[in-house]
Design a protein around this ligand. Sequence first.
Ligand code: NAG
Ligand code: NAG
Ligand code: NAG
Ligand code: NAG
Length: 356
Amino acid sequence: MLFIRGTGLGGLLLALGLSTANAHSWVEQLTVIAPNGTFVGATGYPRGNVQRTAAGFSDTDMTYLIPPNGRANQSEILPTDKMCKDSQQMYQQTEGNPRLQASAGAAIALRFQENGHVTLPGTQPGKPANRGTVYVYGTTEPKADEKLLDVHRVWNRDGTGGDRRGVLLSEQNFDDGRCYQINSGNISEHRQAEFPHVADQTMGADLWCQQDIALPANAPSGKPYTLYWVWDWPTAPGVTEALPNGKQEIYTTCIDVDVVDNATTAATHTFVKAGAADYVEDQPLDKASIPSQFAEIMGSRPAVGGGESSQPVPSPSSTAPAAASPVSLPNLLRTFLPLPSPPRNCASVILNTLTH
Ligand SMILES: *[C@@H]1O[C@H](CO)[C@@H](O)[C@H](O)[C@H]1NC(C)=O
Ligand SMILES: *[C@@H]1O[C@H](CO)[C@@H](O)[C@H](O)[C@H]1NC(C)=O
Ligand SMILES: *[C@@H]1O[C@H](CO)[C@@H](O)[C@H](O)[C@H]1NC(C)=O
Ligand SMILES: *[C@@H]1O[C@H](CO)[C@@H](O)[C@H](O)[C@H]1NC(C)=O
């Protein structure tokens, strides 16, 4: 029995020729990555998480935009702009959405939906070709009123940036080179063929995007370690009449991970000694990390406030290996009807931000 949940609904509508709209993106889930590159163990969630399947769910339950809608100057980020959404400013998990448990040094996948930002690039003119840049900052000393400008583009790999409370753990393209929402655009269709996977309860038929990071090897056990995910997604000036000066558009998700000694699986324990060579090629894509990102974190695991490595930013994985199982997703999708679920519904927000 196969159920395709809400995550696949928009794709189904598009596949049927109905219109759906871009929704925004946030980190939906975290998972530990085993030394062979496969997701293992229990899923973790951001602070204040609201699942898409929750009654009355709206994207605004999870999105946090800087600068906020309504600011007269949409290019202006203020020193008072907070890093985290109201519901994510404290250590705070909602029922049924626990923190990820991981050992120091563990590799972790942060996963998010592309919602057309990757596969329908024509929807929003003036956006960067890499679909924006995603950053993960880490700290053992988060502040409840953390300010974006105290962290973003300030904390660095070495931990010597700004007030030195944290580090830049990762900087990647929003487009991980594989991810797609099912739609009839040529990018999606190309990727559906190149990166097939069996539809599952979590992703539906879509393939979510991911950013793979490693916790610092010296993150103290028995405490939460805080991650700030920042998606920098500006519009260039002079591309549309509506935005002659362009604009800033940044979304964040704030997350804690429980750093534990008793790692949930033997795999996470042995991770610290593993190497990129352990990555199993041609594994099912539902649970596979991105090879290029995995290789990068194996080669460089920054330490809290004292890592020596300062890796260049890699280019996206455009040559990632294809999956083993050649399932035709469009056909599979058409065979099953989705369960009722909340539709993607922030078209109006996007229109507003585009036209104001
Ligand atoms: C809007 O803010 C940006 C960034 O601070 C600034 O460069 C620009 O001059 C401002 N525009 C106006 C019209 O004030
Ligand atoms: C999709 O179509 C556009 C416009 O025709 C083209 O530039 C692009 O290369 C195509 N991409 C793929 C993956 O086929
Ligand atoms: C690991 O230890 C922590 C703290 O003692 C505990 O809360 C947690 O349940 C343990 N996890 C496992 C998988 O045993
Ligand atoms: C990778 O290792 C994990 C944990 O040992 C295991 O569950 C998984 O099946 C392995 N993946 C592959 C593709 O062999």
